[in-house]
Design a protein around this ligand. Structure first.
Ligand SMILES: C[S@@+](CC[C@H](N)C(=O)[O-])C[C@H]1O[C@@H](n2cnc3c(N)ncnc32)[C@H](O)[C@@H]1O
Length: 326
């Protein structure tokens, strides 16, 4: 009889139900502001007052909720591009000087290339992204790479669900730049940093290939909602200085090149049309206007051509690092 211990025999279910559950001793991530006390082993318990985002920026009153829904859908096809964002992730992690034991947050993690690279450097990693389809890929990559302890969460750069002063380093590779209000995203990234912490992120300079392509896509797409600056402004050193001025010390900059193998410019364009949301949407919108679509494709190839050599398209990016002002 199940559960019968009268003859001194214990069933497996008896054993499991009577013994205390095993203690989780692995890193299980900084607890989010919304997690219940018994949901996970927690290194510290967040108090309401240390989770100010929930009072200040409730999603139900988010004026950009529809914009973010659109972003979520737009980035869902990004996974193949992560092959090419993998090498810059290593550059960003090195540039950020991630050390073993650092508590690290990766904002706009996508399929997790930065988060997993930081975990390989010995960091304890939380990672957040708006797009659940990409987080599924991130979990799979973490499992393959042997880092099941990374804490992945669907969330918004403008509303980070972590207590104040949780992290030693906050990273973002081409991620936080898509939050509609740069001042809100950067204030959130600063809030969750420890006073001794630092931020490091990768962006696209407006006068280099991807920056030019984003401006080209912007010229041929519906206007951004009022008050939303183009993401490419995050690639301008002067603007970065202004945006970081309140919460951070003087930033340091470094540049790198992300290469994308391509057999021809049309191969590169086709790849972008299939895997980079803003380009995919532009082409879909022009499906009924073949002449305009041809013209747009010609312009894309003209912009890209100077950056294509030896079967590689070179995309220069900018890295920024800054220490929090205590
Ligand atoms: C160009 S992808 C970069 C992904 C990844 N960091 C990489 O380098 O492969 C941009 C990412 O930002 C995410 N994103 C856009 N807006 C966001 C927001 N408001 N909060 C968090 N993530 C956001 C998208 O879902 C997408 O995963």
């Amino acid at each position: 009889m199940p559960g019968d211990t009268r003859r001194g025999h214990k069933t497996i279910s008896d054993t499991l139900s009577r013994e205390a559950p095993p203690r989780r001793i692995i890193w299980s991530g900084i607890p989010t502001c919304d997690s219940k006390p018994d949901e996970r082993a927690r290194p510290q318990k967040p108090s309401r007052s240390s989770c100010r985002y929930s009072e200040r920026n409730d999603m139900s009153s988010d004026p950009f909720a529809a914009f973010k829904d659109h972003q979520r859908e737009m980035w869902a096809s990004f996974a193949p591009t992560a092959t090419f964002t993998t090498p810059p992730a290593a550059h960003l992690v090195r540039f950020a000087a991630i050390a073993p034991g650092d508590a690290v947050l990766d904002v706009g993690t996508g399929t997790g290339v930065v988060a997993i690279t930081a975990a390989r450097a010995g960091a304890r990693v939380n990672a957040l992204d708006l797009t659940p389809a990409l987080l599924e890929g991130a979990r799979e990559h973490a499992r393959i790479a042997g880092f099941p302890q990374i804490d992945w969460i669907e969330g918004d750069a403008e509303r980070l669900p972590y207590p104040d002063a949780s992290f030693d380093v906050v990273l973002s590779q081409f991620g936080h730049i898509f939050a509609p209000r740069p001042e809100v995203a950067i204030a959130e990234m600063r809030r969750v940093l420890k006073p001794s912490g630092r931020i490091a992120f990768a962006t696209w300079p407006p006068d280099r290939l991807v920056g030019k392509l984003f401006q080209f896509i912007g010229r041929n797409s519906p206007q951004l909602p009022p008050g939303v600056p183009p993401p490419v402004l995050w690639g301008d050193e002067a603007i970065i200085r202004q945006r970081l001025a309140t919460g951070f010390e003087e930033p340091a900059f470094e540049r790198g090149v992300m290469t994308v193998p391509a057999l021809s410019l049309p191969h590169y364009r086709l790849f972008m049309e299939r895997s980079v949301g803003p380009m995919e949407k532009l082409v879909a919108r022009l499906a009924g206007e073949p002449e305009r679509l041809d013209a747009v494709r010609r312009e894309f190839d003209e912009i890209s051509e100077p950056h294509f050599a030896d079967n590689l398209v070179s995309q220069e990016y900018l890295l920024t690092r800054a220490a929090a002002k205590p």
